[in-house]
Design a protein around this ligand. Structure first.
Ligand code: SF4
Length: 105
């Protein structure tokens, strides 16, 4: 995917979330079982962007959980230079201050 199409997809995500797409921000994936459950749901959603955003609990801002600020920039799946989420079931361009419930250090 090119930088241009990454940016287009980022804009699409911003538009969807700003126009009221509700996402499952909580509960967060605190346990291995939670992670497995959410990842399985994401797999079942395939490549449907709205479903992926909803199931992953996407937000356009960091989420404070258990005293930790969770944001893409500090997540193990975040690829800094491309500003990209490498979790295979998500596989979308993001911004450093976005967040989702699969955040992992
Ligand atoms: S898994 Fe990490 S990098 Fe990917 S969207 Fe969620 S918080 Fe951001």
């Amino acid at each position: 995917m090119t930088a241009g199409s990454d940016q287009e997809l980022r804009s699409q995500i911003v538009t969807l979330l700003n126009s009221g797409l509700a996402t499952d921000v909580f509960p967060r994936a605190d346990t291995h079982e939670d992670v497995q459950e959410f990842v399985n749901e994401l797999r079942a959603a395939g490549n449907d962007l709205k479903s992926k955003l909803r199931l992953a609990g996407f937000t356009l801002y960091p989420v404070d959980h258990g005293g930790i600020e969770q944001l893409c920039e500090t997540c193990m799946y975040y690829k800094v230079h491309r500003r990209y989420c490498e979790l295979p079931e998500l596989n979308v361009p993001v911004e450093p201050d976005w967040s989702c419930r699969l955040w992992r250090i």
